[in-house]
Write a protein that binds this ligand. Structure first.
Ligand code: DGJ
Length: 680
């Protein structure tokens, strides 16, 4: 049994192979968080709290005598606003028009075999029968009929515990959720380092490690995507934790919209982490009888340092989050025409590229942006998903058939969630764009976001994409999303539901991708968001690969891909060999090096194979052959970071080793040579 409830001690103990997680219902019915860490027995760890009368840390209403009992420093499982806890909270909820206030107490629990599910949301699933146990704990406000259920999925052998929460309004009045996060995690004390990724467009997921200071530290996105700027993933570890030694806790949020991870080091040097939906633009109305379900977050712990923690996330996400039939298959090696032609292509040019690529052993041509409406630059036509026959004479089917006859598969790009103000669609439906009535919305890349809180817009988007896929033998879709949200408003939603737009948008994206995969089950879907602004676990539930970054410079990619692999499997990292000098940073890198670095991901080319120097072209066939040979190892092997160019500024080194340790790929990249050094 991975989950046990000791009725005498009121103790929940969740065991994975290499970790123990413990909660206790105390005498007041409050659910305390008492332990998460190295494997332990069922000792009641609440003795570690050490109650004291702490100045100005008050007592809940039903505790008048014991001045040592305070929500302000006790380790709590799901902290809420309104009970005298002044640290960061997971939930802020209350009746409409009132200041949020709850005081949650234990009601009941349920234990089930298998994994709970979260309707409409991505979540880890049971891949092998019997590998997961579910625990549900129900809490209720001390006074009102407002219930919170906490969900736990214990993946014993994977060393992963998933969490989510639901909030149910059984009262007769409207409840407003001002914040509804997926988890709280309290450490009674700690001097910890925080590891996270910061970044920017064409510079995502840069590794940063710093000591967690007193006060609140936040890693978040309120852009409507998980963002280029932060990733919904943090590690808290001991100061001396290395790749191979030391305690490390990973928290990953399985969601593709805005998120918030806050960590607070408090007055007694305790650390609290809360994680869930971004709440900057969030206000959710919970009418009587309604339930709100949060997205899922995954926790993992290792006492053997960062490599083991990475491995736990990589393996669990590969096996238990990616559903695509492609997940263990060799992915088609592709040539994408974006950096080859940008908007300047026609059918003839594409066929020339496809023909050359076929001769070199590549499997697929991907037609990127610019094939529809009047889109000859990025100023027009998003939303007008009909083929531009001036560019593609004879239509899409003819092009796809011709590409197929060369022995190549065909893939295509969409940006379904967007609308260009200069488009047929906008002329007909200006109110379909997210906007605030009476205010001219701001543009990013000359485009607006479609209002996916409207059912008719969801249906339009679905049909736009599906009808193209029904026209021809299209085997791959790159689903792009190229702007953050601003001017958040919907002309359809009621005034008291405008704060729901962002979350409803993400739910609609999940619905659309889910439906698409139901109609086209073998479609290879690659998510993308101006590079890697949606490189998150939520997307992996739908697409087995994600475009990693618009920075295609191989040397820059060393850092980006290496940080990405801190939790994501290599099998999901979209990586292509691009042109030289590189279009983003202008660097010149040998073709061989570019090829090797792109192999730590899903391999392809992002250049015009008909135009590159002959000596480079001559290397393609053998690069493709090498990738195909090692693809299974890259997809399933254990990944070791050995030296990081980001740290040492001279060289990079990593290794991928097969399970049976009989095969390994060892990569060393000398970025800058140093004179008269020891050989490495
Ligand atoms: C952003 C993507 O990241 C690129 O790869 C490319 O598809 C462009 N969009 C096209 O507009």
């Amino acid at each position: 049994m991975a989950v046990r409830f000791d009725e005498k001690k009121n103790l929940f103990t969740l065991q994975t192979l290499d970790s123990t997680y413990q909660m206790k219902v105390d005498d007041h019915g409050v659910l305390l968080h008492t332990y998460y860490g190295a494997p332990a027995d069922e000792t009641d760890f609440s003795y570690l709290i050490g109650p004291e009368d702490r100045g100005f840390s008050g007592q809940p209403g039903d505790e008048k005598k014991d001045r040592t009992y305070s929500m302000d420093y006790y380790p709590l499982e799901y902290p809420v606003q309104g009970n005298g806890d002044f640290r960061v909270k997971a939930l802020k909820a209350g009746f409409e028009g009132e200041v949020p206030a709850l005081d949650l107490r234990f009601v009941s629990y349920e234990l089930e075999k298998g994994k709970y599910s979260l309707p409409g949301l991505p979540a880890l699933f049971e891949a092998e029968a019997g590998e997961v146990e579910t625990l549900k704990i129900t809490l209720k406000d001390r006074l009102e009929e407002i219930y919170v259920t906490l969900f736990y999925g214990v993946f014993e052998k994977k060393n992963v515990i998933t969490r989510a929460a639901s909030i149910e309004n059984r009262s007769g009045k409207n409840v407003t959720l001002k914040r509804a996060l997926s988890l709280g995690l309290d450490f009674m004390e700690g001097d910890m380092d925080l590891i996270h990724f910061y970044g920017k467009h064409a510079g995502e997921r840069q590794f940063e490690r710093r000591n967690l200071p007193h006060g609140i530290t936040e890693i978040s996105s309120s852009r409507g995507t998980s963002s280029h700027h932060h990733n919904p993933f943090v590690i808290l570890c001991d100061k001396d934790t290395t790749e191979d030694f030391g305690n490390a806790y990973g928290v990953s949020f399985i969601y593709s919209g805005g998120f918030k991870i806050q960590m607070e080091k408090d007055q007694v040097d305790g650390i609290r982490l809360v994680c869930g939906l971004d709440d900057e633009e969030f206000l959710w109305k919970l009418a009587p009888g309604e339930t709100f379900v949060t997205p899922e977050a995954a926790l993992s712990y290792s006492e053997k340092g960062l490599t083991a923690l990475s491995d736990q996330f990589q393996k669990a996400y590969h096996a238990n989050l990616i559903r695509s039939p492609w997940k263990d298959k060799k992915r088609p090696t592709l040539v994408n025409n974006w950096e080859a032609t940008y908007f300047g292509f026609d059918a003839e040019k594409l066929l020339k590229i496809a023909g050359e690529a076929a001769d070199l052993g590549l499997d697929m041509l991907v037609l990127d942006d610019g094939w529809f409406g009047k889109r000859n630059d990025d100023r027009t036509s998003l939303g007008d998903w009909f083929v531009n026959e001036e560019k593609l004479k004879g239509g899409l089917k003819k092009l796809v058939d011709n590409v197929n006859s060369l022995g190549m598969k065909f893939g295509i790009w969409f940006e379904p969630e967007m609308i260009s103000p200069e488009s047929e669609l906008y002329k007909k439906h200006p109110d379909w764009a997210v906007h605030i009535e009476g205010r001219e919305p701001g543009q990013v890349r000359n485009q607006l976001v479609l209002d996916l809180s409207r059912r008719e817009v969801i249906e339009y988007v679905y049909e736009s994409v599906a009808s193209i896929l029904r026209q021809a033998n299209i085997e791959y879709v790159k689903w792009d999303m190229n702007r953050p949200f601003t001017d958040i408003g919907s002309s359809e939603l009621d005034a008291d539901r405008q704060g729901e737009i962002m979350h409803r948008h993400t739910l609609a994206v999940y619905e659309l991708q889910g439906r698409l995969l139901k109609e086209f089950p073998y479609l290879l879907l690659e998510n993308c968001s101006s590079g890697g602004a949606r490189f998150d676990p939520g997307m992996l539930y739908f697409s087995p690969q994600i475009w990693c970054s618009d920075d295609t410079d191989a040397i820059e990619r060393l850092a980006i891909q290496e940080s990405t692999a801190l939790m994501y499997p290599l099998s999901v990292i979209g990586a292509h060999v691009s042109d030289c000098p590189n279009h983003t940073v202008g660097r010149v890198t040998p073709f061989k090096t570019r090829g090797i670095i792109a192999m730590a991901g899903t391999f392809g080319y992002e250049l015009d194979v008909t135009k590159i120097p002959e000596e480079d072209r001559d290397m393609i066939a053998s690069q493709v052959e090498t990738y195909k040979k090692y693809c299974p190892l890259i997809q399933s092997g254990d990944y070791y970071r050995i030296a990081s160019y980001q740290n040492n500024h001279y060289f990079d080194c990593y290794e991928i080793v097969s399970k049976d340790k009989k095969e390994a790929i060892f990569v060393f990249v000398q970025v800058i040579a140093q004179p008269n050094m020891h050989s490495i």
